[in-house]
Design a protein around this ligand. Structure first.
Ligand code: HEM
Length: 194
């Protein structure tokens, strides 16, 4: 209940609280966490191939390809950050605690800053989930590990999506001086009129 009212009333999230809410809603269990941690060496091994698949996919989209190549060396840097990101899903960094949540929140903010929205991120995460499922099948890994990976991918996706919403909302509130309640009413009215 506390977390629910926090989400509705306060716009800037506390990453660790958001993480706890997502873990509960996605139902990432202790067993899932153990399976991920046990599979971490395998995750590390396949991470570079996953990065290749991911950036091949982004590169085939004209708009996303332009973003990827907008600055010198970006794609090269991204390859390594993706490898780290992928591996961190298995280790959970600090057992999916504060460090993990803050890292995911920061990744969300980086994407918002460069104009990458839901239309880019959701299909991209679907590509990761499908590619990882394929790898799991090839390596004869368990369904349970596949489910655990699917769950942690959804939590990471939620962070990026939530960052988009938080930053947009904060920007409007700051610029207009509107209260949260007024903003919510305007959104409801706008949605009803669409
Ligand atoms: C599954 C979804 C995605 C994941 C997990 C992911 C992962 C990451 C990570 C870990 C970073 C580094 C953040 C940091 O600097 O701290 C990053 C940055 C970035 N991502 Fe993504 N990304 C995703 C989707 C996308 C999409 C769809 C695009 C579209 C082109 C994109 C383009 C970029 C760019 C341009 C940067 C900044 C690179 C720079 O430092 O110049 N990402 N991403």
């Amino acid at each position: 209940m506390v977390i629910q009212s926090f989400e509705v009333k306060k716009m800037t999230i506390e990453p660790i609280n958001f993480m706890a809410t997502m873990v509960r809603r996605v139902q990432l269990t202790d067993e899932d966490k153990s399976l991920l941690a046990e599979a971490a060496p395998w995750g590390k091994e396949i991470a570079p191939q996953m990065a290749d698949t991911f950036y091949d996919y982004l590169g085939r989209d004209e708009e996303m390809n332009a973003i990827l190549n907008a600055t010198e060396g970006r794609i090269h840097r991204l390859h390594q950050t993706f490898v780290d990101w992928f591996y961190e899903m298995f280790t959970g960094m600090d057992s999916w605690g504060k460090a993990y949540a803050e890292r995911r929140w920061k990744i969300g903010l980086v994407h918002v800053r460069i104009g990458i929205g839901p239309q880019h991120v959701v299909p991209a995460m679907a590509v990761v989930v499908n590619a990882v499922r394929q790898k799991l099948r090839e390596a004869n890994k368990s369904e349970a590990l596949s489910d655990a990976l699917g769950k942690i991918c959804m939590i990471d996706l939620a962070f990026i999506e939530q960052a988009y919403f938080e930053v947009s909302s904060q920007a409007v509130l700051k610029e207009t001086g509107w209260t949260q309640a007024l903003f919510q009413r305007l959104i409801a009215t706008g949605a009803a009129a669409m």
